[in-house]
Design a protein around this ligand. Structure first.
Ligand SMILES: Cc1cc2nc3c(=O)[nH]c(=O)nc-3n(C[C@H](O)[C@H](O)[C@H](O)COP(=O)(O)O)c2cc1C
Length: 195
């Protein structure tokens, strides 16, 4: 089986990068394959052009999507699962990943007369600086889940999972304390992705 990982973090010096590496190793150790888009490394262009906006807003299949978008769409259709790995920025994914959805989830691919396959599985692994309790108290966790699972992924995967690694901001002493446990959790999650 093949998992497409869409990874988005501006720095290699991060918990999120270590979590991503552990997850990928877990998937590979379980005998499965990974393809990856590292959006910052690729310098993925996240702003829509006016032409792209008018195409999608008018529910048109023309003009064809640009090459960088087509490559991402082909990766999706060649995979069995899609996994998004990112840090929470202002209760959302980083802007680059939000822009990836704006462009890759195009008319005629992700909506309208869809050519996007229904994936077996979609998974979100995100790191959050706040404790999960605080995210729950203010409805922020619910809001993140609704946007990712109830809108972007809705109907596009048979199984969906949203996993938060909390307390990971640099001033939080739990970041270091829980580091190994969280990395192990990411590894096991990768290992169990297709089981
Ligand atoms: C611009 C920015 C916005 C952030 N917004 C949130 C937020 O809304 N909620 C939250 O729990 N953590 C927030 N964080 C903390 C990040 O999620 C945290 O940096 C990440 O979980 C773990 O750090 P690392 O992977 O960069 O090492 C924010 C961090 C930055 C830099």
């Amino acid at each position: 089986m093949k998992a497409f990982v869409v990874y988005c973090h501006p720095s290699e010096n991060s918990f999120t990068k270590s979590m991503c590496d552990a997850f990928v190793k877990g998937v590979e150790d379980s005998g499965n394959e990974i393809i990856m888009s590292d959006l910052y490394k690729m310098d993925f262009k996240s702003d829509m052009t006016e032409e792209e906006y008018l195409r999608d807003a008018n529910y048109r299949n023309t003009p064809d999507v640009s090459d960088d978008v087509r490559v991402e769409q082909e990766k999706i259709n060649s995979a069995d699962a899609i996994v998004f790995i990112y840090p929470v920025f202002w209760t959302e994914a980083p802007a680059k990943l939000v822009g990836w959805f704006d462009r890759v989830w195009s008319y005629g691919f992700a909506y309208g007369e869809k050519t996007m396959k229904v994936l077996d599985k979609a998974m979100i692994l995100c790191s959050a600086g706040n404790p999960i309790k605080r995210l729950e108290e203010f409805g922020l966790l619910d809001s993140m889940k609704r946007v990712m699972l109830g809108d972007r992924l809705f109907g596009r995967a048979r199984q969906m999972e949203f996993i938060v690694f909390d307390n990971t901001s640099r001033e939080n002493e739990l970041r270091e304390k829980n580091w190994d446990m969280n990395i192990q959790r990411a590894y096991e999650t990768g290992k169990g992705l297709f089981s």
